[in-house]
Design a protein around this ligand. Structure first.
Ligand SMILES: [Zn+2]
Length: 568
């Protein structure tokens, strides 16, 4: 673990002037992420320190009556008072004047792949707050100052060509302005490298690279490129650096709690963007947690895709581990976003220990895996992408429920772009819930999910981005799409199914309490964890087109500043 205190942290004006927030890593501008080798302090969050009073703000509490107040007090990592005219506080209190800024609860993303992002090779730089190629190149140039010769600057996963007016990623000649090899592989928009990167890849047999830096697919393209980078530019230390950088970056965009949903298992380095080693990829986050250096809360689901009919690996997890075990910063989740492969694929040889399920059109490996999860009393989460898979899943949940009641286990189906009202109601009757979001880079018309239909049904529903490998994580890009029905290039993709700004914020705060299974997050109320975000502009009143550009001025987790733009 790099213990070196970086200059721009110790000199950070916003913090040193006030000296008010015990930092677990006050981060300077998002652009410097690749240059952050460690954080300033190893103090565990929420430990004893001065009380913090925030005054003169527009604080959207998201409490039961949606109060908007001007003041709050934080003590020992929790909200101690919330209201107006709170009066003078005795003792050791630091006062922060919000100067009329808008404050919201820390945002919760209940289905993300940030652990994958934290394990990307190279010096990983995130770009989801940038909307011009010029700015991308400038951020890479800034990052390059701290990248040794021969090491890559990378962005792999949560970036999209749609962020940029050109509707493409930066090309080779643009990236040649960066004096380090660069590799970008986008969730949407292909992959690019620069001349230094191209030479490095060519020397390793990755030759399917066009003159403009476009890296094609396949073994001599992106698969080979990612494999080589993972083999040569990924170390235990780089994983810690990248994991910390990812959590800090998303804290700068307001995310304070992540429920990760795992990766596809690869025992050895892989060329696939969604693959990692599910047994070791948490090590960097665990190391950060042990040192009290996690800048955001992490919850981790465990993904299972056992090919054998008995789901032996899943069974071992259920028999030998605990769900929801850990501390306030890092806690295990449960099973998701898969319990088994394809819910519709029947298997003929079942030695699951369960008798064939009555009333089931097919006895599937998926069904028996789900049975095991329910029998153990664990939460389950699966995802739906098509117009039919949610039927097999929700009908399957119903069959499981006949044998092992799931009504109190918070079983979930995520994404559900094409779910229908009858199945929404079936899942609601089972006590389940839906996670929605996952939209800003999609194309087509009426691509879903049917936000309005889902919300009006009264089912448990929460927000997720599902970003990291197939799409972006930045909540504001997702909020823009939920609110406007448009993707990032402005195409109307979800007509008639939009939500208000208040409803959208509710999904990512209060509504996600149920999905995280923790009541003391997601709203600014006395007794809750002191997680909040001071926004750089008023989410409730800016023009639609400004929503994707919203950032945090100050992000607080458990009473600690984990991101401070130095403005307040
Ligand atoms: Zn996912």
């Amino acid at each position: 673990m790099a213990k070196k205190r970086h200059d721009h942290e110790s000199q950070h004006a916003g913090l040193s002037r006030r000296g008010l927030l015990k930092g677990t890593g006050a981060l300077a501008a998002a652009g410097g992420l690749a240059s952050v080798p460690g954080v300033a302090s190893a103090n565990p969050p929420g430990a004893d320190g001065p009380d913090l009073a925030f005054v003169n703000g527009k604080i959207h509490t998201m409490d039961g009556s949606n109060r908007i107040v001007s003041q709050l007090l934080i003590r020992n990592g929790r909200f101690a008072d919330v209201g107006n005219g709170l009066g003078a506080q005795g003792g050791n209190v630091k006062v922060i004047n919000l100067k009329g800024k808008t404050v919201i609860p820390g945002l919760i993303d209940s289905h993300t792949h940030i652990v994958l992002v934290g394990n990307r090779p190279g010096h990983h730089v995130l770009l989801e707050d940038l909307f011009s190629i010029q700015d991308v190149v400038a951020r890479y140039q800034l990052a390059s100052r701290d990248v040794p010769q021969g090491e890559f600057i990378t962005t792999i996963g949560p970036v999209a060509a749609m962020q940029f007016p050109e509707q493409r990623l930066p090309n080779l000649s643009e990236l040649d302005a960066v004096n380090r090899p660069v590799y970008i592989q986008a969730a949407q928009g292909g992959a690019r490298t620069n001349s230094l990167g191209k030479a490095w890849f060519n020397a390793r047999g990755v030759t399917n690279i066009a003159a403009d830096g476009t890296v094609s697919g396949g073994a001599t393209g992106t698969t080979g490129a990612l494999l080589a980078l993972r083999q040569e530019q990924l170390t235990d230390e780089s994983r810690i650096r990248t994991s910390l950088g990812a959590l800090q970056y998303y804290a700068s965009l307001g995310l304070t709690t992540h429920l990760d949903q795992g990766a596809f298992q690869s025992d050895t380095p892989s060329g696939s963007i969604a693959n990692e080693n599910n047994f070791t990829m948490y090590n960097s986050f665990l190391a950060l947690d042990r040192q009290g250096m996690l800048p955001a809360r992490l919850r981790t689901n465990f993904l299972y895709m056992d090919q054998d009919p008995d789901s032996l690996a899943l069974s071992a997890r259920l028999k030998n581990a605990y769900q929801f075990f850990g501390n306030d910063m890092y806690r295990t989740g449960s099973i998701g976003e898969f319990v088994a492969p394809d819910p519709t694929a029947p298997i003929s040889l079942v030695s699951s220990g369960f008798p064939p399920v009555a009333n089931s059109p097919t006895n599937t490996r998926w069904l028996y895996a789900a049975m095991k999860v329910a029998q153990a009393g664990w939460r389950a989460e699966v995802h739906s992408l098509s117009a039919t898979d949610f039927q097999a899943e929700i009908d399957g949940y119903g069959l499981v429920n006949q044998q092992f009641p799931i009504g109190n286990l918070r079983w979930v189906v995520a994404h559900v772009p094409l779910i229908t009202l009858d199945y929404i109601n079936k899942l609601k009757a089972l006590g389940g819930g839906l996670k929605v979001g996952w939209g800003p880079t999609r194309t087509g018309t009426r691509v879903g999910p049917p936000y309005r239909t889902i919300l009006n049904s009264g089912i448990n529903v929460g927000y997720h981005a599902d970003g990291g490998d197939i799409t972006v994580i930045n909540p504001w890009l997702n909020f823009y799409t939920i609110i406007t029905g448009k993707n990032l290039r402005g195409d109307l993709i979800n007509e008639g199914q939009t939500l208000t700004r208040q409803e959208t914020l509710w999904l990512a705060t209060v509504a996600n309490k149920w999905f995280i299974g923790e009541d003391d997050l997601g709203s600014i109320e006395v007794g809750n964890h002191a997680d909040l975000v001071v926004l750089d502009r008023d989410y409730f009143f800016v023009a639609d087109g400004e929503i994707p550009k919203i950032r945090s001025l100050l992000t607080v987790v458990a009473g600690n500043a984990v991101y401070d733009a130095g403005v307040l």
